[in-house]
Design a protein. Structure first.
Length: 344
């Protein structure tokens, strides 16, 4: 059972173990209908030949690796990213695929080349493309030109490609209406990057609710930075020093957590002196005090449905050519309440 010069195949393992190819397949897939002694003989042969489960999957799947790639950026929203990856891993397992996250440092030309090389090598059968890559038209066109199956998660609202998204405009409309119903009329907005579709959709939702209430959306103090806690804290401090809102609308739960800290530092105790809301329903929304009113964007479900779409594309089934949209859910906690004037 010495090592072979080329990559080992299922035939090599079967021959070395003295069993059929079908038996090797059953052992590699952990199926129960194999005698323990036979299974151990197959595993010993596989180890000696450096034959992996991934290699087995590729050969049994008609040249496919039965592995999905997921592009994620190593900055900022790690809780959100973790929920996406967890949702994708769980659903991929149910569909008999492995998930291989590919962590990228920056969204620049060098990493675009890395992604295209990954697609060209066929190291994975398809890609789940997340923000900000999901909005990189040049990258998406290049992937299409190479025939690489991919889906977007979360997908931009106006995308004309398969993907999954949450209705982020509706999420912010619901949060803003919640504050309006509690008598708030002086607002401020703590946002993320201007160029992202998610930021644009959230701003659209806030402005729609304010205009509906007869308020001028353009008059609302707003700051744009990124979705990190550090930037959120710095920008929230500036906002509170320059304006006196009764409600601070934050475009993520991480920004909401930063805003709560800034409010406490300024002696503005939420919700008695100021209301704060976030978006996402990430774990941090319940770690802070007071717990953060938010709108749940089902990240894990977005990723799970993205896996389903991608597997369907890989296996030749029809998929929608526009994003599937999931509805948000308003979650009212103790960081929001009546406007100070209404309390008085």
């Amino acid at each position: 059972m010495g090592a072979v010069s080329r990559p080992a195949t299922i035939h090599d393992v079967a021959r070395a173990a003295g069993v059929s190819i079908k038996t090797v397949s059953r052992v590699m897939n952990n199926e129960p209908a194999v005698r323990a002694e036979t299974a151990e003989r197959v595993r010993t042969a596989a180890r000696a030949l450096d034959y992996t489960v991934l290699a087995a999957a590729r050969q049994l799947g008609g040249g496919r690796s039965r592995s999905l790639g997921m592009l994620i950026v190593a900055r900022g929203q790690w809780q959100w990213t973790a929920e996406l990856v967890a949702g994708a891993v769980a659903r991929a397992r149910l569909r008999a695929y492995a998930l291989a996250p590919h962590v990228l440092a920056l969204d620049d030309a060098a990493e675009r080349a890395t992604i295209l090389a990954l697609a060209a090598r066929r190291a994975v059968d398809g890609l789940i493309v997340t923000t900000p890559w999901a909005e990189d038209e040049a990258l998406l066109e290049a992937l299409e030109a190479r025939g690489a199956p991919f889906v977007l998660a979360p997908a931009p609202a106006e995308a004309r490609r398969p993907g999954v998204r949450a209705d982020e405009a509706a999420a912010l409309e619901a949060l803003t209406r919640h504050l309006l119903e509690h008598g708030h009329r002086r607002f401020a907005i703590l946002a993320g990057q201007r160029g992202l579709d998610g930021t644009r959709q959230r701003l659209k939702g806030v402005r729609a609710a304010l205009a509906e209430a007869g308020l001028d959306p353009e008059a609302v103090p707003s700051v744009f930075g990124d979705y990190t806690f550090r930037t959120g804290l710095l920008e929230a401090r500036k906002l509170l020093a320059q304006a006196r809102p009764t409600a601070l609308i934050c475009f993520s739960d991480v920004l909401g957590a930063a805003a709560l800290r800034a409010c406490h530092e300024a002696g503005l105790t939420p919700p008695r002196r100021i209301s704060v809301v976030g978006v996402g329903d990430l774990a941090v929304s319940q770690m802070v005090w007071p717990a953060l009113t938010t709108a749940a964007l089902p990240s894990a479900e977005i990723a799970a449905q993205a896996v389903d779409l991608l597997v369907d594309r890989i296996e030749g089934r029809a998929v929608p050519d526009a994003p599937v949209t999931l509805s948000p859910q308003l979650i009212i906690r103790s960081s929001s309440g009546p406007a100070p004037s209404a309390t008085a």
